[in-house]
Ligand binder design. Structure first.
Ligand code: PA5
Length: 441
């Protein structure tokens, strides 16, 4: 039986009837939904054409099995997995592990290679037991400066520690199946490999071997992640009503073009989703920030994502969101049922500010804080929406990733831009290559 859709989206506080002129006039919602129906038809066509790989994620069962099977061996052979990647090659795995790895389950999974800052890596090298460490270097292109420089250092240290021959067992390369420097290195050195699918861009690849292998090493079931993503995608294309990711995209696009709300704040109220907001930040920024539309007109569009965390950032950001410029929308993520809860003991009856906390579950407090923040924003005339997860499970996190991938594809359709290229990132890489080439000569 297919998995049920693991999330719901409440857009009521995005509407003018609730927040005034910064909201979408309620009377315009039907027209927006008609436009969104056309967008869905266009995306269904993209899906059918097979040109956009992430729509096919649920069908890539052989790749899921390969990642699971390799993870089983690695878990038997080693204690720690060190993941080296950057951007689309590590943010997904970081988000998955932060949300779902349970203490004491799976291997220890660490991350590096996301920066060329030497201090961080040097400190890590000082603590790693290399004999018991496997290294998963992830790079689709195979020559990205940050992860590849870290990889060369790790490889060197491994050879010094376990010997030229044995070191190959410690390295798993996740890269393009045919091309790129990392593919060449893996073939030459006999490293084990997993594929980054050709037709799936880095930031859409969290639910391929790129994210699924580290997740499986950490004891997270890839099949459940993909089942959640599949449920959200089935619901999206099912044909009834306006699916949540489509409505989210439509509201964000309308906010941008009609009311100058260029900033998209994503504010999960769950510590476990802290890294998820950073995964979203890359997806939204790299996919929607473009100079040209699909007809080559210069348009310079982009919704700027902001990663926030509730309730923590109520004491950092909410002052700005309530009173600053009317340039943003806020989307909360609510988790209905937490995996653990604690009751605050009753104490200090004579101090009302502290005494009022006593007797409440912490889950009650965090829900109340989110609801109060949303209400406060509305009272200040600021639009917000809430995505609710019934709980944090592999299905809901896979579903949430698919929610945002579909929303991004839909927003790109509305802006009439290509969501799947990143010429601005490539330009940066080329500039760096030129610097290195110059130095080498
Ligand atoms: O989404 C993208 O395409 C980028 O963010 C890449 O993931 C990032 O630049 C890393 O590239 P690579 O996997 O080629 O090392």
């Amino acid at each position: 039986m297919p998995t049920a859709t693991p999330l719901a989206y409440d857009h009521s506080l995005m509407l003018a009837s609730q927040v005034g002129t910064a909201g979408l006039p309620d009377s315009e919602l039907p027209a927006l939904k008609r436009r969104l129906a056309e967008v869905r038809t266009a995306l269904a066509e993209q899906k059918r054409s097979g040109r956009v790989g992430f729509f096919g994620i649920p069908e890539r069962q052989a790749e899921i099995r390969a990642a699971v099977s390799l993870a089983k061996s690695i878990r038997r052979e080693f204690r720690t997995l060190l993941v080296l990647g950057i951007g689309g090659s590590d943010l997904g795995a970081r988000a998955l592990l932060k949300a779902l790895q349970k203490r004491g389950k799976g291997m220890e999974v660490l991350f590096a290679g996301g920066n060329t800052d030497p201090e961080e890596l040097a400190e890590l090298l000082g603590t790693l037991d290399l004999k018991r460490t496997a290294v998963n270097v992830i790079s689709k292109s195979g020559d990205t400066v940050e992860p590849m420089s870290a990889f060369l250092i790790l490889r060197d240290r491994l050879i010094a520690k376990v010997g030229r021959q044995k070191h190959a067992r410690h390295i798993i390369c996740t890269t393009d199946e045919k091309s790129g420097a990392l593919r060449t290195i893996a073939d030459r050195e006999g490293y084990r490999t997993l594929p980054v699918p050709r037709d799936i861009g880095g930031r859409y690849s969290a639910l391929t071997a790129v994210g699924l292998f580290p997740a499986a090493c950490a004891g997270i079931d890839p099949k459940r992640l993909v089942a959640g993503a599949d449920a959200v995608m089935r619901d999206f294309f099912a044909g009834t009503g306006t699916p949540a990711p489509l409505l989210f995209a439509g509201l964000m696009h309308d906010a941008y073009v009609r009311r100058g709300q260029h900033l998209t704040v994503l504010m999960p109220y769950a510590e476990a989703l802290r890294e998820f907001a950073f995964w979203f930040r890359q997806l939204w920024a790299e996919s929607l920030g473009k100079t040209h539309d699909r007809h080559d007109n210069a348009i310079h569009v982009g919704l700027t994502p902001i990663a926030a965390l509730g309730a923590t950032d109520q004491h950092s950001q909410i002052q700005l969101y309530n009173e600053g410029p009317f340039d943003k929308t806020v989307t909360f993520i609510a988790v209905r049922k937490f995996r653990a809860d604690l009751r605050v003991p009753k104490a200090f009856k004579d101090l009302p500010g502290v005494a009022s906390l006593g007797g409440h579950q912490m889950s009650y407090l965090i829900h109340a804080e989110r609801a109060a923040t949303a209400r406060g924003l509305a009272e200040h005339g600021r639009p917000s929406g809430t995505i609710a997860l019934s709980a944090i499970t592999p299905e809901s996190i896979g579903g949430l990733m698919m929610f945002f991938m579909l929303a991004t594809a839909a927003a790109a359709e509305l802006f009439d831009i290509n969501a799947y290229d990143q010429p601005g990132v490539e330009a940066g890489k080329q500039a760096m290559n030129a610097v290195l080439g110059h130095k080498a000569s």
